[in-house]
Design a protein around this ligand. Structure first.
Ligand SMILES: *Cc1c(COP(=O)(O)O)cnc(C)c1O
Length: 424
């Protein structure tokens, strides 16, 4: 499928006059349409809720858009919990799916009434020690080990993942939690990442539904929800067929009606914790070509770098690139598109066929709306960019300003070096 930016060249030429590149741009219309489609795809399940994985795009403006579709927040750290709490999400709308959790984070999660999803058997006692009790509602993360296999091959490798209880631990854990006073139970599992197939959730769901029936039977625990977590991917490359959330919802429904309903568990709520699927396609990184270099290869240097979007450097991930205004030009130039870090993996594209790029051309790097800005860091003293929302009405809104050197130096309190900087 041809990948087109959600913003036109004409629009973008105006936007870059107001906001200097690089910046992240988000598409309010796309975010809303997709959030609505997710809600509709699971409307058959009375208790359904998507808890948006805050780590994907931790921005209050984005969270507030999703909130209009009754999304909650999936958090994994103190500051993510604080962000969700500050935006008026109540405890029922906050899932705390963390791992290797510090005691004070459990304390804060409990204080704001978040649903706690335990990552390990030993966390039962750890939590009890931290907050002085076991909450009435509690969830456990499951890891069956081995590989997660589908008809088209191995999708991922849970046996190698640090997360979750083993099957045995889960049965034992439910019994212990019940003895300690838990009343309502949830099961959570994240077994494959960035899956681009409509079969992942249905297959995972069936596995968890069968487990839930067994758990209920053996432990007598009242299972209130099953959390399918994240892992629903997006089509980063033009060749991939995007997931169809309606088909995914229907697939989960089928498993539900075949496994849970006949077991008398037809009131179990389905939860999801998608990050990528909710936001990735609705954000892009906008950057300008500032250098061309002709050495052993042809390089285009842009004003963004891996600090703004780490996935290509970290995972060798493909992100599609549009050279704005050259949509109809032939891709007859082979480039490495690079950032300015002193790291040779700081490349947004390697050997990519693109139209001829001239200095000053604006490049749109696609699918950066999730795990884009948020994975950013400050290596080489690079500053994080602004985030801009392209609103439904066509106007733009700055939803996070760019960092300044003052932000970068702010943590040197003890040296008071800001005072000595004449050029801030
Ligand atoms: C990262 C994460 C998610 C979101 O994953 P996506 O692939 O972005 O959908 C959900 N739940 C947990 C516990 C996570 O760590």
């Amino acid at each position: 499928m041809k990948k087109e930016p959600f913003v036109s060249y004409e629009q973008l030429k105006e936007i870059v006059k107001e906001y200097p590149t690089p910046f992240h741009l988000y598409d309010e219309k796309g975010i809303r349409e997709n959030a609505k489609a997710v809600k509709e795809a699971f409307a058959w399940n009375k208790g359904f809720r998507e808890y948006f994985a805050v780590k994907a795009t931790p921005n209050p403006f984005i969270l507030n858009i999703l909130k209009e579709y009754d999304c909650g927040c999936d958090c994994a750290s103190l500051t993510e919990l604080m962000l969700a709490d500050s935006q008026g999400f109540d405890g029922e709308h906050i899932m705390f799916s963390s791992n290797d959790t510090p005691a004070e984070e459990f304390v804060f999660a409990d204080k704001i009434g978040a649903i706690i999803n335990l990552d390990d058997f030993t966390h039962i006692d750890f939590l009890e020690n931290a907050i002085g009790k076991i909450p009435e509602t509690i969830s456990c993360r499951y890891n069956p080990g081995g590989v997660f296999q589908m008809s088209n091959g191995i999708m991922d490798n849970p046996g190698d993942a640090k997360y979750g209880f083993t099957t045995e631990q889960l049965f034992e854990g439910f019994k212990v939690l019940k003895e300690k006073g838990a009343k309502y139970f949830g099961i959570h599992a994240f077994l494959a990442s960035n899956t681009v197939t409509n079969e992942y959730y249905p297959k995972l769901a069936r596995q968890l539904f069968e487990l839930a029936v067994q758990l209920q039977k053996e432990t007598g625990c009242d299972i209130k929800f099953i959390n399918l977590s994240g892992g629903v991917g997006v089509a980063y490359t033009p060749e991939q067929e995007p997931n169809d959330i309606r088909a995914i919802g229907e697939g989960v429904r089928k498993a539900y009606e075949e496994v849970l309903t006949p077991a008398g568990m037809g009131d179990v709520a389905i939860y999801t914790e998608m990050g990528r699927f909710m936001l990735a396609p609705y954000g892009c990184l906008v950057t300008t070509a500032i250098h061309e270099k002709h050495t052993h290869k042809e390089y285009i240097g842009v004003d963004a770098c891996a600090v703004n979007l780490m996935r290509p450097a970290m995972y060798g991930a493909y992100h599609h690139i549009s050279v704005m205004g050259k949509d109809n030009s032939v891709c007859d130039h082979k480039y490495d598109v690079t950032g300015s870090l002193c790291e040779n993996n700081d490349k947004f594209a390697v050997d990519r066929m693109l139209p001829k790029i001239d200095m000053g051309d604006i490049l749109v790097i696609h699918d950066a709306g999730a795990h884009g800005f948020s994975m950013g860091y400050n290596y080489n003293g690079k500053l994080k960019s602004a985030e801009v929302l392209l609103r439904e009405d066509g106007y733009t809104q700055l939803i996070r300003r760019a960092e300044t050197p003052r932000d970068y130096f702010a943590t040197f309190d003890c040296f008071d070096i800001l005072k000595d900087m004449k050029n801030l």
